[in-house]
Design a binder for this molecule. Structure first.
Ligand code: ASP
Length: 313
């Protein structure tokens, strides 16, 4: 891979809307077109920030907010249900300039968990807040609250009932993950990453996945890269995916694409499935997934703006 030198006109952005069993055989053209339109809208939300000379941290916030508000994806509105038929949301954001980070988990009322994560990063002394404490912090900072019904959709409720009827394990057998995320490199060469999720259908005991865990599902370091993940969170946590990719780039001199493939390989060897998007400090974008599909989108300063779902696109 050729690593170009960063110049002030360069910026790039990648988004994902989750990995899963999506293939042309099980997804008809109308449904695929619907998802492509939703991805395009979120990609445009982030692109608009970067095109106007905005920062990577603002771009990933804008893209992830758009995906949270869109019921197609498992984050914010449209989040999957817990075993007890509630929506518990996790999100994280990280600024590669300073490695400042903010995370929240098991949030049930904040409309945009990624905004709350950002407020934790910028306006509080801590990195990671959970549940009612996170929500108290949200109220103290005047963040928009919604009735929990805002997050619930009939399709996710149906998926929970289907999951309970099967009783065949902890993971949705169809692997409809749907977590969302974004990574960006702005015109100043600064990196940022953000991830937001409802977690896994049927999750119990205040289960938290990799998405809000800094160094696992979300990581950004200007010295290396920014990473956002989706997949079997337990394995992504054990591998420390985001930090591991950054360490390979920074310390082992691997290209971003090599490091991303190698770390996803480790995830696979440990029984994990999912996808990764990443960008390095030169603005090179990469992605990898070991599921059939990954909802994804890419844009950069050259005018590239594309979305894809299936393998080989
Ligand atoms: N990684 C998320 C989690 O384990 C799930 C997903 O990617 O959809 O919570």
């Amino acid at each position: 891979m050729t690593e170009a030198t960063h110049s002030s006109s360069r910026w790039s952005l990648a988004i994902h809307g989750g990995a899963g069993a999506m293939s042309p055989e099980i997804m008809d053209e109308a449904m695929a077109a619907d998802y492509r339109a939703a991805l395009t809208q979120a990609l445009e939300a982030g692109t608009a920030v970067l095109r106007a000379g905005g920062t990577a941290i603002d771009a990933v916030t804008a893209a992830v907010c758009a995906l949270e508000d869109d019921a197609h994806f498992n984050a914010g509105r449209g989040a999957v249900f817990t075993y007890h038929e509630t929506n518990e949301l996790d999100a994280a954001i990280m600024d590669g300039r300073t490695r400042a980070a903010g995370s929240v988990c098991a949030v049930t009322r904040t409309r945009n968990p990624v905004r709350l994560a950002r407020t934790v990063m910028e306006q509080g002394p801590h990195v990671f807040l959970a549940g009612s404490g996170a929500e108290e912090f949200a109220r103290d900072h005047g963040m928009e609250e919604v009735d929990p019904a805002w997050f619930a959709t009939d399709e996710r409720r149906r998926q929970l009932h289907e999951f309970k009827a099967r009783k065949d394990g902890w993971f949705d057998a169809d692997l409809k993950f749907g977590t969302v995320g974004a990574v960006a490199c702005d015109a100043d060469g600064n990196l940022a990453a953000a991830t937001s999720t409802g977690g896994l259908t049927g999750k119990r005991w205040n289960r938290i996945g990799d998405s809000p865990v800094i160094g696992a599902g979300t990581y950004a370091d200007n010295r290396a890269c920014a990473v956002s993940c989706t997949g079997t969170g337990e394995v992504f946590i054990r591998v420390g995916v985001g930090h591991e990719i950054a360490a390979r780039v920074r310390l082992a001199g691997e290209s971003l694409a090599q490091a991303t493939q190698a770390v996803l390989g480790e995830v696979g060897e440990m029984g994990g499935v999912g996808g990764i998007i990443a960008v390095d400090a030169q603005g090179n974008l990469t992605h990898a997934f070991n599921t059939k599909g990954l909802y994804r989108g890419f844009a950069d300063h050259t005018g590239r703006a594309e979305v894809a779902i299936f393998t080989g696109e």
